[in-house]
Design a protein around this ligand. Sequence first.
Ligand code: GAR
Length: 208
Amino acid sequence: MNKANLSVFASGIGSNLLAIHKASMDKSFPGKLQLVICNKICPAFELAKSLNYDTKLISNLDKDKFEEIAHQELIKKKIDLICLAGYMRVLSPKFVFKWKNKILNIHPSILPLFPGLNTHKKILLNGVKIHGSTVHIVNERLDSGKILGQFAFAVKSNDLDFLIYNIKKYENLLYPEVIKKYIWTFLFKEDKFLNYKNIHIDNVVFSY
Ligand code: GAR
């Protein structure tokens, strides 16, 4: 089966990286993870190395330099799709233009609500009763590209750690599914996955 070459950009713990890795172990997953890029030493970087991925640490550089090096690495590896997974540096419009429609991001809020940082804190501070995450195409404006998939659940406690735990648990289910669908529909131009899926897992609503 023809597979798209994937790169993950990460700066954090790496739970979404791990979820993509696990999904890609399945023969029917249409992507192969070829390159992990981190902008700092972080658990995701250590995880990628321990999983034997080609892992590049591009740190202590200004954005232009970082993106120039990242771009060359991506070209070298013939990357078809970049998945931002807890990558905490905003990409420049120039970089996004070069990789137009080939960068996905997972953001911990139900976009277009709460773009930017500290979404969980903002949810709790404002007493927001529904929270979730969004997978979207990255465009030149922060957290505002086309939405590909979301999940939502009721916020039942003020415990920040519990909220983050739950967000990641369901992100780890959503992101690989959306990547799979995007590769089939956008990269491979197959129409068999075009229909929206609306499913419930543990009272969490997923739509993608
Ligand atoms: C995830 O919750 C992701 O949505 C968020 O960082 C976390 C990374 O977790 N991304 C952003 O905030 C991007 N603006 P992970 O390192 O365990 O995958």
